[in-house]
Design a protein around this ligand. Structure first.
Ligand SMILES: *Cc1c(COP(=O)(O)O)cnc(C)c1O
Length: 408
């Protein structure tokens, strides 16, 4: 009989996504079970003592040992090619736990400027209070990164590709810079997932996930994870075990089952996004499309080399500034007006007044967030239906621009 926890050395990503991590119980279940229990019992006082003392492995308490959560962790570790994964309550707690595990007062982070908004707040406001400071650099500019490093820099942190402009950094080159300065490189791999990009194989030390996005893929649950070598992950595990931002077994089960279709979904998301980006680029109401799958994108070649595909989040700038952008968003009937992404449902948002609304005008300008910019996280609906939904507002805008001289 074969043991389901064994991972074949030569298994491909889709096989790992379906098979890795499950340790079948005595019930011989085929599908991965859920263990909604806060604690576990022991056969004797002596066994309890051995397990609490760490002399014998086994489940103790679901803040840090739950079989359903462990199944998700083993499966994601296999997909990312990491020794170990620790699951967390959210993507934000994955980042917080990593920082608490690796950094102390006086240490510095160097991060890309185009990070997820809450990550910036976490670094500036909360890590700042603990005496950990963060410097921001332009994601794709390696000289900018190198110049920002000091002897106190312990962690480099990047999201690639960026949201919503799809900028890309060379992960291997950035890892080389980090290691030359005795620092770790963490990559937030939320936008591509291991189906399209495996940062550890490129030289990064840690991968961070918001499982809330594509790992679930259907907008059902909030969760996160950190993947990397045993030595670093033992520290992250210590934070989660003690501080408590643990993933619930139910959410872990959702993510585990979500992973089974990850490669299929990512391929379909990307195919829709690529076709939509090409169509948008040719539309008269669209001034510019930001998508690394387009040859017009400054880092198209790097993205093609580093990524299995180009992701499903794209930004495009329309004529008519904010008024034009809002008119396109308000003309949609199918796309959901929401800031979330990584869902089977396509979403549309105006970054300048939502996800990036807290930035000053100068910060928006330096981040490339213009008033006419719209972000679409392309879902799994029929491409033609997404296109018709956007064409309604874009065609009207193109007409208004030519007949009324409505332009900026
Ligand atoms: C959503 C997101 C996060 C935060 O994840 P939560 O699960 O919402 O806490 C972090 N990084 C990126 C890139 C995200 O999109």
């Amino acid at each position: 009989m074969h043991d389901d926890d064994q991972v074949g050395e030569d298994w491909g990503l889709s096989t790992l996504a379906v098979r890795a991590g499950h340790r079948r119980t005595a019930e011989q279940e085929h599908s991965e079970p859920i263990f909604p229990t806060s604690s576990f019992v022991y056969g004797s006082a002596a066994e309890a003592a051995r397990k609490f003392g760490g002399e014998e492995p086994g489940n103790i308490y679901s803040r840090f040992t739950n079989p359903t959560v462990h199944t998700f962790e083993r499966r994601l570790a296999a997909l990312e090619g990491g020794e170990r994964c620790v699951a967390t309550a959210s993507g934000m707690s994955a980042i917080l736990s990593t920082a608490l595990a690796l950094l102390s007062a006086g240490d510095e982070i160097v991060a890309s400027r185009s990070l997820f908004g809450s990550t910036v707040s976490l670094f500036d406001k909360y890590l700042g209070k603990l005496g950990i400071t963060t410097r921001y650099v332009e994601l794709s500019n390696l000289e900018d990164w190198e110049a920002a490093l000091t002897p106190a820099t312990k962690l480099l942190f990047a999201e690639t590709p960026s949201n919503p402009l799809s900028e890309v950094v060379d992960i291997g080159a950035l890892a080389e810079i980090a290691h030359r300065h005795d620092a770790w490189l963490a990559i937030d791999n939320c936008f591509l997932t291991p189906a399209l990009q495996r940062p550890l194989a490129l030289g990064a030390d840690l991968v961070i996930h918001s499982a809330t996005k594509y790992l679930d893929g259907q907008g059902r649950a909030v969760g996160g994870a950190v993947v990397g070598p045993d030595k670093l992950l033992e520290e992250v595990f210590g934070v989660v075990r003690t501080c408590g931002p643990c993933l619930s077994p139910f959410n872990a089960w959702i993510f585990t089952k979500g992973l089974e279709t990850l490669s299929l979904r990512m391929r379909a998301h990307c195919a829709n996004a690529q076709a939509l980006a090409e169509w948008l680029e040719a539309h008269p109401a669209v001034e510019r499309v930001h998508y690394s799958g387009l040859t017009s994108h400054a880092q198209h070649e790097l993205a093609a080399r580093q990524q299995g595909a180009f992701g499903a989040v794209l930004g495009f700038e329309v004529r008519g500034g904010r008024e034009g952008a809002w008119s396109v968003i308000d003309a949609t009937r199918l796309l959901s007006i929401t800031g979330n992404l990584g869902d089977a449902k396509s979403t549309i948002t105006h970054p300048g007044t939502t996800t990036h609304g807290r930035l000053s005008e100068a910060q928006k300008a330096s981040a490339g967030i213009s008033e006419g910019l719209i972000r679409v996280a392309v879902g799994l609906e029929d491409l033609e239906d997404i296109r018709v939904d956007l064409a309604r507002g874009l065609d009207a805008l193109a007409g208004a621009c030519t007949s009324n001289g409505f332009s900026e």
